[in-house]
Design a protein around this ligand. Structure first.
Ligand SMILES: [Zn+2]
Length: 429
């Protein structure tokens, strides 16, 4: 999710057809792709995983039109739901129906979308396929862990606690329905979010985080338990910050595979100004004492609301700065994904750390999460590991003692901070 919906939700078309084109894999088709000069252009691409080019279904995704999803804290059916499946049935009021895309074929056999929605559908599928390809190859997630995911195209999505008007201008991974939502656009003047590869990779990263850290649950245990308290929710604040920040880091690493090239500004081409600048990983971001106090003392649904993006950017930016070569980016992307879940007691993953602290979220520390990532950087990558540790200590102001240990995989005892950020622990003279 790019912008905040409601606190509660955050914690959690029928088209015309011409002649039926042939279906074979890979399929050559034109999509709207960001070119090296920063403009979206109709570009010939191959869809490698599509099995039905008209209803837009394949190994990676199934696009579905006409759905109706309603989240409402007063919905008796949703509140009575005891299982993920019951909750899904309660909020998915109408699952919609397959889309129907329409094409013209050029002389070389390449399919050209014949209408606006088909351009949008094809590009959506292409971007999801690229994200899936990034995660299954560069980040080494098993294909079996990332089966076909539904993407509800232009659904009616209502957050009833906020408004009866459907949400527009967003692209979301919504865990309760285990699906992506590509929402209609209304006021967005720049590139629609589904066309934006970085934004869809960010959303796809939420799916991967959900599958590995949250075991694919619609309403994950840490969110259910940690979010139910009225006071401070440090564990939830940290976990949601990790989810957002690591999604931006993956979007950045994946962008290096595109013809546009490495893009540290995840929201670029869809948003501009402060909104975009605030998520620019190449800037020098520093943890402030106020943000640190909120991270550990704030409540996710009230005072911390929205700050997970700030902490997330600090995290993503620290990883960005530590990995300057393609080889290092790949090692780090794999380490991050490996750290999502690891049952090895010598280097527990985020899923295991969260489970172990389910009754005491104050023990789920940013340093422990950072250490989980560091421990999954192979020992041979000494310089990269050192750079990550230094950046975590400097930009996130994580006490070095939280990231070191007697094991060889944690940060070295010699880790120090640099002058890139002022210390939040010493009072300025
Ligand atoms: Zn997000």
């Amino acid at each position: 999710m790019v912008r905040k919906l409601t606190a509660a939700a955050a914690a959690l078309a029928t088209l015309t057809v011409s002649c039926a084109p042939p279906t074979q894999t890979p399929m050559k088709v034109r999509a709207l792709v960001l070119s090296s000069n920063g403009e979206y252009a109709p570009t010939e691409v191959e869809l490698k995983t599509i099995t039905d080019i008209v209803s837009m279904q394949g190994t990676v995704a199934k696009l579905q039109g006409g759905a109706f999803i309603r989240l409402d804290s007063q919905d008796p059916e949703a509140n009575a739901a005891q299982t993920d499946e019951a909750y899904l049935r309660a909020v998915l009021k109408d699952e919609g129906r397959p889309v129907t895309a329409s094409y013209n074929t050029d002389t070389s056999g390449v399919l050209w979308p014949a209408d606006f929605h088909t351009w949008n559908l094809v590009t959506t599928y292409y971007n999801l396929e690229r994200a899936w390809d990034y995660f299954t190859t560069i980040a080494e997630v098993k294909q079996a862990d990332l089966p076909q995911t539904t993407a509800y195209y232009f659904p009616e999505f209502v957050l009833a606690d906020r408004s009866d008007d459907p949400v527009v201008d967003n692209a979301i991974f919504l865990s309760p329905v285990k699906a992506f939502l590509v929402l209609p656009f209304k006021e967005l003047q720049k590139a629609p979010l589904a066309l934006n590869a970085s934004i869809l990779t960010h959303e796809y990263a939420h799916l991967v985080f959900n599958r590995r850290v949250y075991e694919g649950r619609g309403v994950p245990d840490p969110i259910r338990y940690w979010g139910a308290v009225g006071g401070s929710t440090p564990g939830l604040n940290i976990l949601k910050s990790l989810d957002e920040g690591l999604a931006d880091f993956h979007a950045y690493v994946a962008s290096c595979q595109t013809s546009y090239g490495c893009n540290p500004r995840v929201l670029a081409t869809s948003y501009e100004g402060t909104l975009m600048e605030n998520r620019d990983l190449s800037k020098n971001w520093c943890m402030s004492r106020e943000l640190y106090t909120q991270l550990y003392g704030g409540n996710f649904n009230t005072t911390f609301s929205g700050l997970e993006y700030q902490v997330g950017t600090l995290l993503a930016s620290a990883l960005y700065k530590a990995s300057t070569s393609a080889a290092d980016r790949q090692v780090l992307a794999r380490a991050v994904v490996a750290a999502y879940s690891d049952t090895d007691p010598l280097k527990p993953g985020l899923a295991q750390l969260a489970r172990a602290t389910l009754d005491n979220q104050e023990y789920f520390k940013l340093g422990a999460a950072a250490r989980a990532i560091v421990r999954h950087i192979p020992r041979g990558n000494v310089t990269l590991k050192q750079a990550v540790c230094t950046n975590f200590a400097t930009h996130l102001q994580i006490p070095v003692s939280e990231m070191t240990g007697t094991d060889e995989d944690s940060c070295p005892e010699s880790t120090t901070t640099t002058s890139a950020c002022p210390s939040i622990y010493t009072i300025a003279p």
